[in-house]
Design a protein around this ligand. Structure first.
Ligand code: ATP
Length: 298
């Protein structure tokens, strides 16, 4: 772990409408993109709102760059931008008007940079937010968040509703910004494609609790499916990493620790006939829904 964390959450708990979130502990490292992934209603939006102090009824502690998130002073505010889903209360305003409200909070705001982003997203500057389509509204939220040039962005479902070209432009903007800005992003998403293309790390939110962060590349390297030549394995429970074993004409197993499983099988003279990494879709589904350490299939 290095230096001060852009976002450090300690023992955060909150409740709303019978739903309990936490205790959540999470520490982000600078310059990385984290995908916060969880089922509908798992508390992702609540967590982002707690970080922004928009929900104040939480216990625990949130610090932004080492400063308490509750301190509403420029040194905290200008370092973080939040793109909620949706932007509430903005219906009467145009993009230019929204800029005039937000820009004064951010010392690094550059009007030309803002105009360039709006143009790249083909956004009207003088049309009221309330009259725009869902995708156009999302692009407004992204334009405003990115234009802050804040070193920490919290983005709630940033690509939801975007057309294909706009998704590419968004990604391109992140890539271009990385040349001049050390930016940490925590984004929520239900899109495997977003996770594949954007995220360095995956953070799971399940049953109100955080799992991870998991480095995406390490995760996809580690989770594997092996096909075996033997008819039956001697001691399945003793094989490290195995989460599923299917006994059939072509026995196969799924492991969360490919290297350890392979070492065990090789060491016990069991031949692996085929070895395949899990797709990110399957891997995420397993991570999000796994309840027990091992599932058996006869
Ligand atoms: N103000 C509120 N009043 C009552 N219940 C609330 C409130 N805010 C959130 N909740 C409840 O808390 C739970 C978590 O909501 P949240 O919006 O954080 O989920 P989410 O993970 O972002 O879901 P999704 O993926 O569907 O966007 C939900 O069951 C929701 O109904």
């Amino acid at each position: 772990m290095s230096g001060v964390s852009p976002l450090h959450i300690e023992q955060l708990t909150t409740e709303a409408g019978g739903f309990r979130l936490g205790p959540v502990n999470l520490r982000l490292e600078p310059g990385l993109i984290y995908a916060l992934v969880g089922p509908n209603g798992s508390g992702k939006s609540m967590l982002l709102k707690c970080c922004m102090n928009l929900i104040k009824t939480y216990t625990g502690h949130v610090s932004l760059f080492g400063l308490s998130s509750g301190r509403e002073e420029p040194s905290v505010c200008e370092r973080v931008a939040f793109s909620p889903d949706p932007l509430e209360g903005c219906e009467p305003f145009t993009l230019l008007q929204m800029e005039s409200f937000i820009a004064p909070w951010y010392a690094a705001w550059d009007h030309r940079d803002f105009l360039r982003r709006a143009e790249q997203f083909r956004l009207p500057l003088k049309k009221r937010y309330g009259l725009l389509s869902q995708g156009e509204r999302k692009k407004i939220a992204l334009t405003l968040a990115l234009s802050t040039r804040a070193p920490l962005l919290l983005l709630d479902e940033p690509t939801d509703g975007l057309d294909i070209a706009s998704r590419s432009r968004f990604k391109q903007m992140l890539v271009e910004d990385a040349d001049t800005l050390e930016r940490t992003i925590l984004l929520t998403t239900h899109s495997v494609e977003d996770i594949r293309k954007l995220a360095d790390y995956i953070v799971l939110l399940k049953n109100g609790q955080i799992e991870g962060p998991y480095e995406k590349d390490a995760l996809t390297e580690s989770w594997r499916r092996f096909w075996l030549s033997g008819e039956a394995l001697p001691d399945i429970a003793g094989i490290p990493g195995v989460v599923e074993y299917s006994q059939s004409a072509f026995p196969q197993l799924v492991t969360r620790d490919g290297a350890a499983t392979m070492a065990y099988l090789t060491g016990h003279g069991i031949e692996i006939t085929k070895d395949q990494p899990l797709s990110l879709d399957e891997l995420l589904e397993r991570l999000l829904h796994e309840q027990t350490p091992m599932e058996w299939k006869g």
